[in-house]
Design a protein around this ligand. Sequence first.
Ligand SMILES: C[S@@+](CC[C@H](N)C(=O)[O-])C[C@H]1O[C@@H](n2cnc3c(N)ncnc32)[C@H](O)[C@@H]1O
Length: 251
Amino acid sequence: MPGYNALAEVYEWLISDAKLAPAEFAATFDDVLSLLPPNAQVLDCSCGTGQLAVGLAGRGLQVAATDASEAMVRRTAELSEEFRASVRTVRADWEELPDHFADDSFDMVFCVGNSLHHAEGARGRLAALEAMSRLLRPGGRLVLTSRTWELVRARGSRLDISDRLVRRNGRDAVVVYRWEIAPNWEDEHHIEIAIAQVDAAGPVLARSEVLSCWPYRYDELEAELHRVGLRTETNTFNPDAENYMVVASKI
Ligand SMILES: C[S@@+](CC[C@H](N)C(=O)[O-])C[C@H]1O[C@@H](n2cnc3c(N)ncnc32)[C@H](O)[C@@H]1O
């Protein structure tokens, strides 16, 4: 996961204000969290820099956090230490999850924040969802958030440049997303992310990475969830909204 290993250092400039504080990030999932029994076992399987995992641990849940990127897992472990939160961290690609955790062992698995599109095509996505499903106990739930790729593809290739400086750790940055939309849905697409830290008194510190992704339509995702034994309970899919959430339970 070379792209995310490099981005891990500057990832806070990419996180929205609302996701920076662990407790606030976890609170965005209040509705599904209210369905959990006390001391439930939960997994964040694309934990990034760990805000959600740490927020979930702060609620008294038993939390495991995994990510394909070693640097992201390290940052999650550091954040857990900073908040004195108990989070088990493991570096694992989605397909490797069953090597680290027993089947039927989690009450809830989170795959949030535009992560699933990094699975390689329909085959990779199905393998990733299959692994997540295996780890859920019957009745357990997968909570997935996603970009609305129907909308992203309709806009075509383009540049998105932040219209204000993003301030983190006392430094301002301009954030640029360059979207490379391939002709067909099933083709590999690219998102280049550039973070330029600017300071009138010093040089511009720039970091940019090109990430690969494989988009999917909501209908495809729903069919794939079904194929791996998950039944959609709720979804907020709206073709005109930027993101949606799906909650699917293991049959
Ligand atoms: C856009 S970030 C989202 C991080 C976090 N969930 C959030 O909301 O801030 C996508 C994350 O998915 C991880 N990722 C990408 N491909 C993965 C894979 N095959 N298996 C597990 N994690 C993966 C990346 O390393 C990265 O941390």
